[in-house]
Design a protein. Sequence first.
Length: 317
Amino acid sequence: MLAQVKVKDVFLSQAQEAHEKGLRGLCLVGMGGSSIAGEMCRGLLSKESPLPIFTSRDYSLPLSVDGKWAVIIVSYSGNTEETLASWGMAKERGCEVFVVTSGGELAKTSDGPRLQLLPEGLQPRAALPLIFSVVYPLACKLLGVKTEDLRRISTKLESITAEWGSGIPAPEATAASLANNIPLFIGSAHIAPVAYRAKCQVNENAKSAAFWSEIPEANHNEIESVGTFLQHRIIPVMITSRSYDNRTARRFQVTREIMAKQGLQPLTLGLDNSPRLEEMLAMTHYLDTVSLILAELGGVNPLSVDRIADLKTKMRA
């Protein structure tokens, strides 16, 4: 269920050495589908990490990321221009740089022991399980936090998937509710990256508008706009978690009540009592499947990325 890469021993030993030198922080760099694993690691590890964790989706790194920082560079193609620019900056600053890619310019020019190659031939967003299976243990090594066994979790994900349609609606039912509407995926804490990923997957796979937001921040601005959701066919999709603290759980409940007063019927999706990492990966898999069903319902090819390709061509001109 969770496709994985056999991470090189030298790759992780280099990360252990970097950790033992003493780091000031970790920055995870990537764009598009290559950035999701970094966002997941930040959402999952930030509360237990003794070091700050940044994510960067840009041409440059924050000024504070210097030679005492570790930087994980992720580009599935190895040719993403923003990521290559950040990679060059990290090298110039003397950062502890680790590269995860399937090839391209990054594979040609990166330091062998700190380069982990991925299988080729996938769309970056489809390579998320492979990327995560490298970036997660690497980040844990650099931060000095415990790594969970992804092989065990992969087995557990198979049993969770088999229960779709009982504890959680079948993906087909969720997709039918979202078809011809605009989903607004709402999460918090470690589930916020899941909401962001779901938005991106509907955009790329179904070629359809979708948005995401995060509680509690959304309660300080977005909540005032819910009166217009019906007119714009926006359907809130609230992704719950047993791991939310009591105040956050209460915010989800009250937000749902306020939306109901405006005639909205938010979809509520969640799993029963799964640990955080299992929950994050299982809900990502579920919502990925929903996005593919939406593509089928809309009669579009989820593999095509014509507009992204057109933009890249124009940027190279």
